[in-house]
Design a protein around this ligand. Structure first.
Ligand code: 6SD
Length: 247
């Protein structure tokens, strides 16, 4: 897979892409990341990339010319791959979108700066708009890194473990069960006995119940779309009946 990143601060991507799972995925040829400095396509003497907004008001706006020039130069005209704009106005990013992005051969991401981008960029170049949540950060770089990280780890072979990301929170539509490692007792807190039993069926059943309980307590909204067995539903019924008992 190839990813092209367009930004006014492409240097911020480097340290994050240089470590851990993403670095390994790049080294193993699973993903190729090219970051581009939009300023390199600014044609005036001062390499200007922003200008005042028509209609007045505060803040500056990302100019269309350098963005069109950069995107058309790198992706062709018209571009043949999706161009995602990181913006608080986009659709909310989730694990399903991460999975869809991980299956593309080629993806481009545009990171805004300033108070906004000229609307003609959105109209003529952008094919999809994604938000990482209902809060505002200073530019699209951190949001882009978040979606990059989320989908690169889903590319088959990116995680060392052959089971990959299948147990991750949200992969099953549920939150993850609790994890324990050694020592068996730490500051008076013991590892649940079932995890030391060696009984794989019982361990799987305990983990499933814990995942269901956590999701029920913290993110009950997720239960509407999770795929649940008859046994899961019976267990959730039990939890909700316990809630209704006095005391
Ligand atoms: C100015 C940006 C680009 C500013 C953003 C995206 C989300 N979900 N929060 N903030 C954002 C993206 C903010 O360029």
């Amino acid at each position: 897979m190839r990813v092209d990143l367009f930004s006014l601060f492409p240097q911020v991507f480097i340290p994050y892409l240089d470590v851990s799972i993403i670095q390994r995925a790049i080294q193993n040829g699973l993903v190729e990341i090219h970051s581009h400095d939009i300023r390199d396509w600014a044609s005036d003497r001062h390499h200007t990339t922003d200008d005042v907004p028509y209609g007045g008001g505060g803040g500056m706006v990302l100019k269309p010319e350098p963005v069109f020039a950069a995107v058309e130069d790198i992706l062709g005209s018209p571009p043949t791959c999706p161009l995602v704009l990181m913006t608080p106005q986009g659709r909310l990013f989730d694990q399903q979108t991460a999975f869809q992005l991980s299956q593309l051969d080629h993806l481009a991401i545009l990171c805004g700066r300033y108070e906004g981008i000229d609307e003609r960029i959105r109209k003529a170049l952008v094919t999809d708009e994604i938000s990482i949540g209902d809060y505002v950060v200073t530019g699209g770089e951190l949001p882009a890194l978040i979606i990059l990280d989320a989908f690169i780890r889903l590319i088959p072979g990116a995680l060392g473990d052959p089971d990959g990301a299948q147990d991750d929170s949200h992969a099953s539509g549920l939150l993850e069960y609790p994890h324990y490692t050694r020592p068996v007792e730490f500051r008076g807190m013991r590892v649940p006995a079932v995890l030391q039993s060696g009984n794989h069926a019982e361990i799987a059943s305990w983990r499933r119940s814990q995942a269901l309980k956590r999701t029920y307590q913290r993110r009950p909204d997720l239960l509407k779309t999770a795929s649940l067995s008859k046994k899961d539903i019976d267990y959730l019924d039990e939890l909700s009946h316990d809630d209704r008992k006095p005391g």
